[in-house]
Structure formats: structure tokens, C-alpha cells
Design a protein around this ligand. Structure first.
Ligand code: GRF
Length: 203
């Protein structure tokens, strides 16, 4: 059973999908900690409802990013966390933090990377006139939205889609793909070689 920390800044629908998958046993693990940089993040309420410990830390109270992250690291150590899942966490982690948890931080991105990196992937795909976008689960590396890809799935953009309608279909895929990726890790089925992530077949 792996011990997971989920980092969120917002509504936490992906956190909910991970909590539900752990409860259903489709992830061999448990969400042991939810970290947020925003006090009003609905994700914190979801965590509390599920009986999961939360850590809200206001980044403004610290001298610098590393001081803030030291506090987060202490909590991760305290909860013996094996895996960190970024799920709508709106803060860029320092190279210091990323290096410390090499191949232990996952991120979910609402586009088919390397297309539409950054914080507005849904709006950017629509504005670009793309016909297909999707979801990527990848390892976080020092370069934003650039780490080795674990799983991807396409979402067709329909005529008349708005950011809201597209987000709804992207979310549906995210909520399935993120737990799947976490279970691959829990089962020890991933091997990273450079940029490539090999998935061992299940017995
Ligand atoms: C998701 O769309 C994810 O891809 C992006 O941030 C969003 C978080 O949504 N990184 P939620 O808070 O999980 O609902």
C-alpha cells in the first residue's frame, strides 16, 4: 500500500477521484495527506470529509520558496509519503524540491503534452482551433509540463465547444486516467528510461 500526498489549490475533483479509487481498492494505496497553498480550496473540505489529514501553508508567510518547501517536506516525512500527486496545484515547485522526489511526483495536465503547456491549456486548445486535445499524466521534472509521460488519452474538440463543455469531458478522462497511473506505480509496473516510461504488462 503506497502512501500518497495530493497537492491542490482548487476544487479538487481529481483529488476526489483518487480518494474514491483508494476507497474502492482500485488503487493499492491511501491518500495520507492533502496539501494546499489556499485556505479556501474546496479540496481541503473534500479531504476533511474523507477523514484525510490536511496541511494548509500560506506561502506568503515564508522568506522564500525553499523555506516554504522545507515545511512541506517535514510534513511529507512525518506522514511517510511515497508518492506526490499534483492535482491543480498552482505553485511551481523549486528544482530543490523536484530533485528530492525524483520520479515520485506526478502531475496531470489537461492537454496532450507537449501541446498546450501552462496554466490555460483548455482555453489555449480552443483558441488555437485544435480538433483534438486530451489528458496527460506525467512525472514532474524541473521543466514545467515536460516530464516523462505515463499515460495519455485524447479528447475530441466538438464544434461549438466552450471552455466549460470541453473541461467537463477532459475532467471525465482525468478522473479515470489519474487513478490508473497511480495504480501502475503502486504495482511497481513503471520503469523510466530517460524520457520514456515503460509499462510492464500485468500478470
Ligand atoms: C485539472 O484539470 C488538471 O488537469 C489541472 O488542474 C485541474 C485541477 O482540477 N492540472 P481539480 O481541482 O482536480 O478539479
Amino acid at each position: 500500500m503506497i502512501r500518497i500526498a495530493v497537492f491542490c489549490s482548487g476544487s479538487g475533483t481529481n483529488l476526489q477521484a483518487l480518494l474514491d479509487a483508494c476507497a474502492a481498492g482500485t488503487i493499492d494505496g491511501t491518500v495520507a495527506l492533502v496539501v494546499s497553498d489556499r485556505k479556501d480550496a474546496y479540496a481541503l473540505a473534500r479531504a476533511e470529509a474523507a477523514g484525510v489529514e490536511t496541511l494548509y501553508i500560506d506561502p506568503r508567510g515564508f522568506a522564500g520558496k525553499e523555506a516554504y518547501e522545507e515545511k512541506v517536506i517535514a510534513a511529507l516525512d512525518g506522514h511517510r509519503i511515497d508518492l506526490i500527486c499534483l492535482a491543480g496545484y498552482m505553485r511551481v515547485l523549486s528544482p530543490f524540491f523536484i530533485r528530492r522526489y525524483k520520479h515520485k511526483i506526478l502531475n496531470i495536465h489537461p492537454a496532450l503534452l507537449p501541446a498546450f503547456k501552462g496554466g490555460h491549456a483548455i482555453a489555449d486548445a480552443l483558441a488555437f482551433g485544435a480538433k483534438v486535445t486530451g489528458v496527460t499524466v506525467h512525472f514532474a521534472t524541473e521543466e514545467l509540463d515536460n516530464g516523462p509521460i505515463i499515460l495519455q488519452e485524447a479528447v475530441i474538440i466538438k464544434e461549438g465547444d466552450t471552455p466549460e463543455t470541453l473541461l467537463e469531458r477532459v475532467h471525465a478522462v482525468e478522473h479515470r486516467l489519474y487513478p490508473q497511473a497511480v495504480q501502475l506505480i503502486a504495482r511497481g509496473r513503471l520503469k523510466v528510461e530517460g524520457r520514456k516510461v515503460h509499462i510492464a504488462s500485468s500478470e
